[in-house]
Design a protein around this ligand. Structure first.
Ligand SMILES: Cc1ncc(COP(=O)(O)O)c(C=O)c1O
Length: 284
């Protein structure tokens, strides 16, 4: 079965999908994206993802490519055409096609690409069951990480360094020595007193949708939550650590820079929150 992509008004074979060479996404990374999880054929937390998409666009003074209802329809139609039941839908909006020049073009229309793919469920299940390792490294990104920009060069360099070090994820550390987040995940610890700790929202991190729902789930489970920055040192001596993202929800972290966290096995709070997520995430 061939995959299908939506590209600027057309559903095309994924292998043959293409965009113009002067699309500003291609030339300047002048665009934003969203990744929404799919469970049982339904979109997870779609409302929150689409709100964040609109916020990212507003912050960059870009327009929605179409009304929200039409975009929602395309997300579902792309899932349907790809027979995705458990997986994710990817949606990218750029400032459009125009002769290469830095200022915003006057007449360009935003470009929209939507793709869908299945999850590698076995890989995620293994990561959840065994936990993963992270390594820390300097955060070299720009100052507006709250915008879900397609400009991901520092993120991919960090992820590649992590993989070359045999780790699953990179935890990025700011100039003051505090963890911001992972290269494609938010970062969490459970401190000595059993409090759930994660960095507060602001321009230093992506405002993860999974992060948002985990905070709700934790509060309703009676877990004390503290939104504050933490250092790699504190994380290494924490009871637990984990990462969050729409693709896998929560993955326990068992080692940081080679040092065991707790007893180097997935933490109870992480697993409990993963389970509770199902009751809080909205499926539509
Ligand atoms: C840098 C970064 N932080 C955090 C996340 C997690 O965000 P979400 O929970 O919305 O998937 C992502 C996901 O792509 C990311 O790229």
């Amino acid at each position: 079965m061939s995959r299908i992509a939506y590209v600027n008004g057309h559903y095309v074979r994924h292998a043959e999908a293409c965009i113009h060479i002067e699309d500003r996404g291609y030339q300047f990374a002048d665009g934003v994206y969203e990744v929404c999880g799919v469970r049982g054929g339904k979109l997870m937390d779609e409302t929150l993802h689409l709100e964040r998409l609109q916020r990212s666009l507003r912050e960059l003074r870009m327009e929605m490519p179409m009304p929200l209802a039409a975009l929602k329809h395309i997300l579902r139609e792309t899932l349907r055409r790809n027979h995705v039941l458990n997986g994710m839908v990817y949606c990218q909006v750029t400032r459009g096609v125009a002769p290469r020049d830095h200022p915003f073009p006057k007449n360009a229309r935003p470009s929209l690409v939507v793709t869908a793919k299945r999850l590698n469920e076995a890989r995620i299940a293994a990561a959840v069951a065994h936990g993963v390792e992270v390594v820390t490294m300097p955060d070299q990104r720009w100052a507006r990480r709250d915008i879900k920009s397609i400009a991901l060069l520092p993120n991919i360099l960090a992820k590649q360094s992590a993989r070359e070090a045999g780790a699953y994820e990179a935890w990025l550390v700011d100039a003051e020595g505090f963890v911001t987040e992972g290269s494609s995940t938010n970062a969490w610890i459970v401190d000595e007193e059993g409090r759930l700790v994660t960095r507060p929202e602001g321009p230093d991190i992506l405002h993860g949708i999974t992060r948002h729902v985990i905070l709700q789930a934790a509060r309703s489970e009676g877990i004390e939550v503290v939104e504050r920055p933490f250092t790699p040192q504190e994380a290494k001596s924490a009871r637990e650590a984990f990462i969050s993202a729409s693709s896998a929800i929560i993955i326990p972290v068992i080692r940081i820079d080679g040092q065991a966290v707790g007893n180097a096995s997935p933490g109870l709070v992480a697993l409990r929150l993963r389970e509770a997520y199902g009751r809080f995430g909205e499926l539509s």
